[in-house]
Design a protein around this ligand. Structure first.
Ligand code: HEM
Length: 172
């Protein structure tokens, strides 16, 4: 957001004057950011619930669809988050010097890489599902995928804490 005064259509945010246009964009991107973040967390929670049940054809299909939604939400979240960093909030200099942001961003990237393991597993079920069969998954593999989804949910809690800290200028 810029801090310039544009007479006639400016609004005050925390006592700083910003143009109505930049306020609207900041609000829109904040909304989209939350929408994608909630979708991502919701998808992860659904995956966690499904993977802990006995695998059926229906739950295997649902896991694939949910994982697709998760991937789309994560991709959009990354693009929207970076737009907020560079264009709509406190500026890149602020965020790249914030430890809370760096931890949040680092965890997000780590999650993105780790989530490749469950995604590859779900994709490998395509043949069996097409043939109308329940995918056969070794118990060890299933435990690993469940553990990863669990760890991702735990990491989200830390990401949320970092988000709240960085937004308020803490832990720089
Ligand atoms: C699972 C992933 C993520 C979750 C759950 C999440 C959650 C949040 C939440 C709840 C806020 C609002 C904080 C507050 O105002 O108290 C926020 C703000 C923000 N997030 Fe994220 N976020 C995620 C990923 C990202 C990524 C990947 C980026 C950047 C690449 C990013 C950049 C930002 C920025 C710039 C803000 C605005 C902070 C400010 O007001 O100064 N987020 N995030």
């Amino acid at each position: 957001m810029d801090g310039r005064v544009k007479p006639g259509h400016d609004e005050s945010v925390y006592g700083i004057y910003v143009s109505a246009g930049s306020l609207a964009m900041s609000t829109l991107f904040a909304f989209l950011h939350h929408l994608c973040a909630f979708t991502l967390v919701g998808a992860l929670a659904i995956e966690f619930a499904l993977i802990r049940q006995e695998l059926t054809l229906t739950s295997a299909r649902r896991l694939q669809v949910t994982d697709l939604a998760l991937g789309i939400a994560a991709g959009l979240l990354l693009m929207i988050g970076l737009s907020r960093v560079f264009l709509f909030e406190k500026g890149p200099a602020y965020y790249w010097h914030s430890h809370a942001f760096l931890l949040k961003f680092g965890l997000f990237i780590l999650l993105a890489f780790v989530s490749i393991i469950p995604t590859m597993e779900f994709l490998s079920w395509r043949g069996a599902i097409k043939a109308g069969q329940v995918p056969v998954v070794a118990a060890k593999k299933l435990r690993r995928v469940t553990g990863i989804i669990h760890a991702e949910l735990a990491a989200i809690v830390i990401i949320l804490l970092c988000a709240a800290i960085m937004a308020r200028g803490g832990w720089v």
